[in-house]
Design a protein around this ligand. Structure first.
Ligand code: 3PG
Length: 306
């Protein structure tokens, strides 16, 4: 079988070596497509691939249509909103992710972002400490849990909202369950966003939630830009000159936000939450192993389009 690794944002070299080893030792062939300049290159490269490993690369209906032999796509990472699941399912192509494998890297970035914003983006002037402040974890999944753990270790109070996680599970981990999102945004100095981008969550964080935050509140988004209502974000930042927003995924109106709000906003130049050697190795090797196992035994444990 031919396994294509298509990463516009390449894995660290150690991860590529590990992927290559797993794929070839399992008796398969590997092809690499890194830093490709346009989607056409992926469409060309996928023509003879039996399996595909991607990161945030867009696996559109056009890519699927061009991939006549494709049997499995593994998103080396958590969020699979970049994959056209309907197009894959229609062709019987199995889609998997590698949950949890890059979570620590993203959680560390979320904590770093809280400190960065508390210290005026490392520019001169009096900042504040995160110790004693309260952070609200918006979705208590793999990343949210790790942010909670690290925040507690730094002396922060932690609250979380997640309709899929029972209150007693949070309480056992020292986290205060929020009865509603409104309550959590209303009580927390920081909100750390960890919801996936789905039809239900897109645009769901807007004026009402953000304006409920206490004075000096900061929203930290290491999830997806699509979950923020960007027009309402701009309005609430105008109406409340104390609030802040930092993101790992620049908003569509980021240039305007930067211009209008200066150091109250920040976006990383390119999504970097999972950009650590460790995260690349964990997620990349998991993706390769899942493909090898799928071809050897039919294991579909991490399938997301069942
Ligand atoms: C994920 O969903 O796993 C993260 O957003 C990381 O995405 P990346 O592989 O594009 O860095």
């Amino acid at each position: 079988m031919k396994v294509l690794v298509a990463t516009e944002k390449p894995f660290a070299a150690a991860a590529v070596n590990g992927i290559r080893k797993i794929v070839t030792e399992a008796g398969h062939e590997i092809a690499m497509l890194e830093k490709y300049p346009s989607p056409d290159k992926l469409i060309e490269a996928v023509a003879d691939a039996d399996a595909l490993i991607v990161r945030s690369d867009k696996v559109t209906a056009d890519v699927v249509a061009a991939a006549g032999k494709l049997k499995i796509v593994v998103r080396a990472g958590a969020g699979y909103d970049n994959i056209d699941l309907a197009a894959c399912s229609a062709r019987g192509i199995v889609v998997m992710n590698t949950p949890g494998q890059n979570s620590n890297a993203v959680a560390e970035l979320a904590i770093a972002m809280m400190i960065f914003m508390s210290r005026n983006q490392f520019t001169p002037g009096t900042g504040s400490e995160i110790k004693g402040k309260k952070v609200g974890i918006h979705a208590y999944g793999n990343v949210g849990r790790l942010v909670a753990e690290k925040a507690m270790a730094l002396g922060m109070k932690v609250m979380a909202f997640d309709p899929f996680v029972p209150a007693d599970v949070m309480e056992k981990e020292g986290v205060e369950p929020a009865a509603s999102l409104e309550q959590m945004y209303g009580e927390c100095n920081f909100i750390s966003v960890h919801i996936p981008a789905t039809p239900e969550t897109k645009g769901s964080i807007g004026y009402d939630l953000i304006s409920a935050m206490p004075a000096g509140g900061c929203v930290v988004n290491t999830a997806r830009k699509e979950v923020i209502n960007e027009v309402e974000l701009e309005k609430v930042l105008s109406d409340r000159p104390d609030l802040k927003y930092i993101t790992d995924i620049a908003a569509n109106n980021q240039a305007e936000l930067n211009e209008k709000f200066g150091r109250r906003v920040f976006a990383t130049p390119k999504k970097m939450g999972a950009e650590t050697a460790e995260a690349n190795i964990n997620a990349g090797l998991a993706a390769a192993s899942q493909i090898a196992d799928f071809f050897a035994t039919g294991n579909t444990k991490f399938q997301v389009n069942k």
